[in-house]
Ligand binder design. Structure first.
Ligand code: C5P
Length: 287
């Protein structure tokens, strides 16, 4: 095989609680992650030489600062393989939005290079490379619906039968993840008062496919730190709820907001109204 095309799915957090700060500065969390049909597409073509070329169509630089580039280098270092590859990225996932776009691209790169290399590494080895690239990369490698703990690398599959339609919307500037964690540190200190428990009621409602029982249990601790700084986040949540979303919540460290709709028609109407107002908006599904 010399050519591979992969789909890199965005993620949202249906639940996110930071429960502690580690000596290395990273934070422990309990989060429910869900991958989406909203995605980037990456093409990989094996070439004769040894060179790694990355074309992002101007969306972002194709150099070592790019997580795709770092994922490829990490794959070669861990596997001992080395071959030339031309990578093309079609970017659709908004960046610095809390949707895991960079992590999804890195995970897709690991999968594609493993395939081009004859799948010589085990799943555990790929997950270990993923964890070194970023906290959300292991989840992006497997996708679906997962309860994640630790810094995100301890994952358990969960059942999500909620169905419905998701509208993802973003207005205002991107949020830097380290700054968002810093803002939570300022509120919670060492997080000693925060309980480290899985969101049992939410997991139960997700399994039953009961959107109304799930609504009070969706949660994102980052809203408390980011919403006072970003009025656009509150405006997006209000717009989604006004258009009939059963729930609306910021994803990750923001500023993207998801709205969950039972009916496709109202999700489409909400998406159209948000686009009309100048926000970015995407209609998608859990996938
Ligand atoms: O791992 P990733 O590169 O996505 O993380 C970006 C930054 O976010 C880290 O350098 C760290 O400051 C912060 N972070 C954290 N705890 C996590 C994930 C990220 O403190 N669980």
């Amino acid at each position: 095989m010399t050519d591979v095309t992969t789909t890199a799915r965005a993620k949202i957090n249906l639940y996110l609680k930071v429960t502690g700060k580690r000596p290395d500065g990273y934070h422990d969390l309990v989060t429910v992650m869900q991958s989406l049909s909203l995605s980037d597409t990456l093409h990989f073509a094996r070439t004769g030489g040894q060179e790694l070329r990355l074309d992002c169509g101007g969306a972002l630089p194709g150099d070592k600062s790019n997580l795709i580039y770092r994922a490829a280098e990490a794959y070669f270092a861990a596997s001992g393989a080395r071959f030339g590859v031309d990578i093309t990225l079609e970017k659709r996932i908004p960046m610095a939005a809390g949707l895991g776009g960079g992590s999804a691209d890195a995970a897709a790169t690991l999968r594609a290079l493993a395939l081009l290399d004859g799948n010589r590494l085990s799943e555990e080895e790929l997950l270990a490379i993923a964890a070194r690239l970023g906290a959300d990369v292991p989840f992006c490698l497997v996708g679906g619906s997962r309860l994640c703990r630790g810094i995100g690398e301890r994952m358990e599959p969960i059942e999500n039968n909620l169905g419905g339609y998701l509208v993802i919307t973003i207005a205002g500037e991107g949020v830097s993840t380290p700054q968002a964690f810093g803002a939570l540190d300022a509120i919670y200190g060492d997080f000693a008062t925060v309980e480290d428990l899985p969101p049992v009621a939410l997991l139960d409602a997700m399994k039953k496919g009961d959107i109304h029982s799930a609504v009070p249990h969706f949660y994102n601790m980052f809203e408390e730190a980011i919403m006072p700084l970003r009025p656009a986040v509150s405006a997006c949540k209000k717009a989604l709820l006004d258009h009939g979303a059963a729930a609306a919540m910021m994803s990750g460290s923001g500023p993207s907001v998801w709205g969950l709709f039972e009916e496709e028609k109202s999700a489409r109407a909400a998406c159209a109204a948000l686009l009309e107002s100048g926000a970015r908006a995407f209609l998608c599904r859990a996938e």
